[in-house]
Design a protein around this ligand. Structure first.
Ligand SMILES: Nc1ncnc2c1ncn2[C@@H]1O[C@H](COP(=O)(O)OP(=O)(O)OP(=O)(O)O)[C@@H](O)[C@H]1O
Length: 265
């Protein structure tokens, strides 16, 4: 498998002098093409900072990020991001179709192709009949599916997802998780998804990277050896799932301590 994303020695410090705050520290990992990698870490550990550095939204204080071998320096054209808060990421005055087409227009894609790609992406997320509605006419789960369609319509080399299902109810969350795995396997998408939910990281991921508390550093990189076809009831009941979930929980608990705390305990 070819490497899609390479993160090497990444660190980022906000501010300077006495007010400096080290948010991520020496992150090194890769994501292979076609992989769905989950990153799980405690609240405030630096997950969003890491994603901002990977997406080129902020310049890291040090280290390197490469996408298919090209060093990231600014937001790459073939990278898309889905955020947690769908209500703030969709434009309420544009229809669903116009929202999905918006970034394509910005990237100079012609009208016919924009229309075709938007319709196709809406079909991928099981929303073929809402193109002319406005986001506020849809449920929260449907709005998040529109955000996912908008990202997929770009046909990104890498899709970054920042806690994408944290703002929907439990049942919708399960539906969206299954939809994401289905779309990812049908289209071979490469996805890096950040979550603070241990169960979600194991259920969704081909791999789970576990972060320490702030400043974030990687404490483990686990392969999820579950069948590709997953089911919200039987997979979550399986011995493999239960054992992996416990391992991630243990790692988060021990890795969530700073070296000073470990030494002092
Ligand atoms: N622009 C900023 N300036 C200064 N400090 C910041 C800035 N953004 C984040 N931080 C600090 O960096 C640390 C990591 O924040 P970040 O938002 O990356 O963590 P997170 O793991 O995504 O948090 P959460 O789980 O709550 O979403 C926090 O202590 C935060 O206060």
């Amino acid at each position: 498998m070819a490497t899609m994303l390479e993160v090497s020695g990444l660190y980022h410090r906000y501010g300077g002098g006495e007010n400096a705050h080290l948010a991520v520290n020496d992150l090194t990992f890769t994501v292979e093409t076609g992989q769905l990698a989950c990153i799980v870490g405690p609240s405030g550990c630096g997950k969003s900072t890491m994603l901002r550095c990977i997406s080129g939204l902020i310049k890291p204080s040090g280290g390197e990020v490469s996408l298919h071998g090209d060093r990231v320096d600014g937001v790459p054209k073939d990278l898309a991001v889905v955020f947690q808060d769908y209500s703030r990421s969709l434009f309420p005055w544009l229809t669903v179709r116009q929202n999905v087409e918006f970034p394509l227009r910005w990237h100079g894609i012609g009208k016919d192709e924009r229309r075709e790609r938007a319709q196709e992406a809406l079909e991928w997320v099981n929303l073929p009949n809402v193109a002319n509605k406005y986001p506020w006419q849809l449920s929260g789960g449907m709005q998040q599916r529109v955000s996912i369609a908008r990202a997929l319509a770009r046909r990104p080399a890498l899709l970054l997802m920042d806690e994408p299902f944290a703002s929907v109810d439990a049942q919708t969350r399960f539906e969206l998780e299954d939809l994401l795995r289905k779309v990812q396997s049908a289209h071979g998408s490469t996805i890096l998804l950040v979550t603070h939910d241990i169960d979600e990281s194991v259920y969704l991921g081909d791999r789970v990277l576990v972060l320490s508390k702030s400043p974030a550093t990687i404490v483990a990189d686990l392969t999820v050896d579950l069948p590709a076809e997953r089911d919200q009831i039987t997979t979550r009941e399986s011995a493999e799932f239960v054992s992996l979930r416990a391992e991630v929980a243990r790692l988060l608990q021990s890795g969530a301590k700073t070296p000073a705390e470990v030494g002092g305990s």
